[in-house]
Design a protein around this ligand. Structure first.
Ligand SMILES: Nc1ncnc2c1ncn2[C@@H]1O[C@H](COP(=O)(O)OP(=O)(O)O)[C@@H](O)[C@H]1O
Ligand SMILES: [Mg+2]
Length: 250
């Protein structure tokens, strides 16, 4: 697959690569995040993710997975450390650019879907980025088609099943064609069938991605690298099979 070594400097020929396998998708160094009540959610976390890597971020409840994702998209501000996405630092001056590059699928689809119709939920991003209504329609229809969810366009998220909501939340992120995808506990609350469908969708995605999960079986099935987070620190990081084996016998 395409990697970043033969990429031109920032900006050159970017249109040829809609998923933009440009400079290393993600560099996190020394990231420390505290909540206002003093809880240290992340302590000195350093992670580099290369173009095309399929990563699972595993860790118990409270390990810091969601805090890491919220930091990566600039919702949480770090107390120390730096985050660079592609060639852009995640800070308040670059939030718009950062959000074109990273797509976060929230743990709870209800945080992502808030319009009266699914169509408008998915159109929300493209409309915000100034596309014409005709371009928006084309993008929304294409992504729904690709995810096998065209029949949901006119429905309200309030009346969808958990699995259907998840697919629509994924569509609302994919429609922006981010180069880095973050999924926060994507299979929580999904039944077997919806989980299988989700894994099938993942199989069709070429983008660099990180999936936060506490399900080692999911991590093993869909990732080639596993990062372990414990109490806000990275305690292991490497090839999926090796890291998962260490986890089991630790
Ligand atoms: N809004 C918040 N205010 C204070 N502490 C929080 C908040 N959200 C999460 N935390 C704490 O931060 C730590 C990391 O939480 P989180 O990132 O949600 O972990 P995970 O997603 O791995 O379950 C936990 O100790 C959690 O209790
Ligand atoms: Mg979480």
């Amino acid at each position: 697959m395409h990697d970043d070594r033969d990429e031109k400097p920032a900006g050159a020929h970017r249109h040829r690569h809609p998923h933009g396998h440009g400079p290393a998708p993600l560099r996190v160094s020394g990231l420390t995040v505290r909540y206002s009540d003093g809880t240290a959610a992340l302590r000195d976390v350093s992670i580099d993710i290369k173009a095309g890597e399929k990563v699972a971020l595993i860790g118990a409840n409270g390990a810091g997975k969601t805090s890491l994702f919220l930091s990566l998209v600039g919702i949480l501000r770090p107390d120390a450390g730096t985050i660079i996405v592609g060639d852009v630092p995640v800070d308040k001056d670059h939030l718009l650019t950062v959000r074109r590059k990273i797509g976060l699928v929230f743990q709870n689809p209800d945080d992502q879907l808030f319009m009266p119709r699914i169509y408008d939920d998915i159109a929300f991003g493209p409309r915000n980025f100034g596309h014409t209504e005709a371009e928006v329609r084309e993008k929304v229809e294409a992504v729904l088609e690709a995810l096998g969810a065209a029949h949901l366009a006119t429905r309200s998220s309030l009346k969808l099943s958990g699995g259907e909501k998840r697919v629509c939340a994924i569509a609302s992120v994919l429609v922006m064609q981010p180069r880095l995808l973050l999924f926060d506990e994507p299979t929580a609350f999904l039944d077997m069938k919806a989980k299988a469908r989700f894994m099938e969708i993942l199989g069709g995605l070429g983008q660099t991605r990180i999936i936060a999960t506490h399900d080692p079986a999911l991590a093993a099935a869909v990732s080639d690298r596993v990062i372990v987070l414990e109490g806000g620190s990275v305690t292991d990081d490497g090839p999926a099979a090796e890291v998962l084996a260490r986890q089991k016998f630790a």
